[in-house]
Design a protein around this ligand. Sequence first.
Ligand code: 3PY
Length: 323
Amino acid sequence: MEKPCILATTFGAHGGIYKCFAPVVEKHFTIIPYETFLLDQKNLSEQVKAVFVWGVALKVDRGLMQSLPNLKVVVNGGVGVNHLDIPMINSFGVKVCNTPHVVDNATADIGMGLMLASARKIVEGHHYTLTHNNEDLPESSMGMDVSGATLGIIGMGRIGYKVARRAQAFDMKILYHNRNRRKEEERAVGAMYCANMEDLLQQSDFVMVVVNLSPATQKLIGAKELAMMKPTSTLINISRGLVVDQDALVEALLKKVIRAAALDVTYPEPLPIGHPLAALPNVIILPHIGTHSVETTQLMVEKMVTNALAVLGGNHPPDEVKV
Ligand SMILES: O=C(O)C(=O)CO
């Protein structure tokens, strides 16, 4: 039987991923890369049954939806679907799926990695080793302890909880803020609920942002919130760039309102070379690599395939996203 066609971006903004994971997809589908589609849209559009989205290179807008008459499902690689207009896609009778659960550990690991790297000045240490000329380590290379410090987690969903479990092993005092109190998780990791985010911001040595991006969380952390944090504290963002007001963050870091920031996410991504954030000595910036490991990417691609196959087979997909 002929395999159904999917339209796909090059997987990840990080080249190479596409090639190594294509066989997982090609067991079941014929891949039409987006670049190929653009060259021969007229002949290819009727063949597309599913769209695989990875990053933002392939924009699923109304125009694309109108050009794919046989499309049944859009599957997002990753859990955050803020870049997809789900009601618009659904209005074409097309389902939207994502890849929850399998991203949780890798994303929590990046959060911990950023916290440790910022606290213990790991990036500076590496740079010193490569360039030292036998000079002494500067006093500014001294870090601060993570063990025993207070971590405030904003957003106690699946990833926030995984962060909390890791922080527990570091003997951290854990505070969290979430729309709803999560008593079971709280007990499991010995965390304290802050109904008021202000309390968390005022008490934490490290504030880690793990919320979904939505109209309610856009610029959740702005100048006012940064001013509530301790001058010795560090902001870590592993959610979406837009959850933090980046201009306010630059200002706060310049004026030492907070000690440092460590970001897996920014806007735009990747951050343009020479952006004011990148010029600051007290920032670590990654190019949104929360899920960017071989094992996790493999699991995500498998989940994308499972969801697409379910929809095309007329079954309920395990990870449909509904609004
Ligand atoms: O799964 C996602 O959406 C992520 O961005 C993880 O970093």
